[in-house]
Ligand binder design. Structure first.
Ligand SMILES: NC(=O)C1=CN([C@@H]2O[C@H](COP(=O)(O)OP(=O)(O)OC[C@H]3O[C@@H](n4cnc5c(N)ncnc54)[C@H](O)[C@@H]3O)[C@@H](O)[C@H]2O)C=CC1
Ligand SMILES: O=C(O)C(=O)C[C@H](O)C(=O)CO
Length: 263
């Protein structure tokens, strides 16, 4: 049996990876052999420790995704230090929840800056490195079902995620000739520190129990989809949107659910 790891020799950047889905994605890519630059505004020590525990390698890349100069500098220093960049996962997010007509517009603006301009800054900077390298690459943008659902109290987040999807799809078209793929992941409700900021455990469990799969996603389950889209075997998947949501998009009625559900 071959012991070669699917991402051996690759270099990845994962944004917002100090915790939650980003941390899980960074660990999964490192487990598959990539060296992962763990970006966040928080120190990503915990993620780096877990990367070491799975036998991988990583390094901290502290930068605010909204600061274009800092993003350019991190991307350039990754290239200078590790010689190349093959993979990018844009994941960092921020969200204020309030009715738009009452919203503090600073929070509204910050949500759009982090959730839309953050991914754009990284996709743009990394695309230039990948084009110059000439060896292709893969990018995954973590978006949300908010990109198409009109969820009240989250207008800025909804707008940013919808625009991020179109940013990713347009980039997928423009970069295809360079063999750089750009795909989108729509996680369903996932148990992360970010969600726990808005909902109590009982509320989260109630949301989970309404899903066909009967529970929330774990960050590691989203990370496995990210890994799949990063692997060379996914070469022909470009501009696609992968929902990882326990069947949340299926039309379903809770009352017809049978007992003995998995998970
Ligand atoms: N948890 C969920 O149910 C869902 C999450 N998502 C998306 O998945 C992604 C990850 O979500 P979670 O893990 O729940 O979030 P989280 O809030 O737990 O983690 C987000 C990370 O991004 C970092 N971050 C925030 N602003 C930043 C900035 N300006 N620069 C760099 N890093 C920054 C935070 O410090 C944090 O470590 C986000 O894009 C989110 O929109 C989408 C659908 C569902
Ligand atoms: O933060 C998010 O984005 C979400 O929580 C999206 C949920 O998965 C969802 O489907 C909301 O309806």
């Amino acid at each position: 049996m071959s012991t070669t790891k699917s991402l051996q020799g690759k270099v990845a950047i994962v944004t917002g990876a100090a915790r939650g889905i980003g941390a899980a994605a960074a660990i999964e890519l490192a487990r598959a052999g990539a060296h992962v630059v763990v970006n966040d505004i928080l120190p990503p020590d915990d993620t780096l420790k877990k990367i070491t525990m799975v036998g991988g390698t990583g390094s901290a890349g502290v930068a605010d995704v909204t600061d274009r100069a800092a993003v350019d500098q991190l991307v350039q220093s990754t290239k200078d230090t590790h010689g190349r960049i093959d993979l990018l996962v844009t994941n960092a997010a921020y969200s204020d929840r309030e009715l738009f007509y009452k919203a503090d517009l600073d929070g509204f603006q910050k949500t759009i800056d982090v959730c839309l301009w953050g991914p754009f800054n990284f996709v743009r900077a990394v695309a230039n490195v990948m084009i110059e390298q000439g060896t292709g690459g893969a990018m995954v943008c973590i978006s949300s079902p908010h990109a198409f659902k009109a969820i009240p109290g989250a207008m800025a987040y909804n707008m940013a995620k919808a625009a991020t999807d179109q940013m990713a799809r347009t980039a997928a078209c423009e970069l295809a000739e360079h063999r750089i793929r750009v795909n989108i992941v729509h996680p369903g409700w996932t148990d992360t520190p970010g969600e726990r900021k808005f909902f109590h455990e009982t509320e989260l469990n109630a949301r989970g129990s309404e899903l066909p799969w009967g529970r929330l996603a774990k960050p590691e389950e989203i990370a496995r989809g990210v890994l799949f889209l990063c692997e060379p075997g996914s070469e022909y998947i470009n501009g696609a949107t992968l929902p990882i949501d326990g069947g949340a998009l299926l039309p379903h009625e809770q009352m017809f659910r049978v007992s003995g559900r998995p998970g």
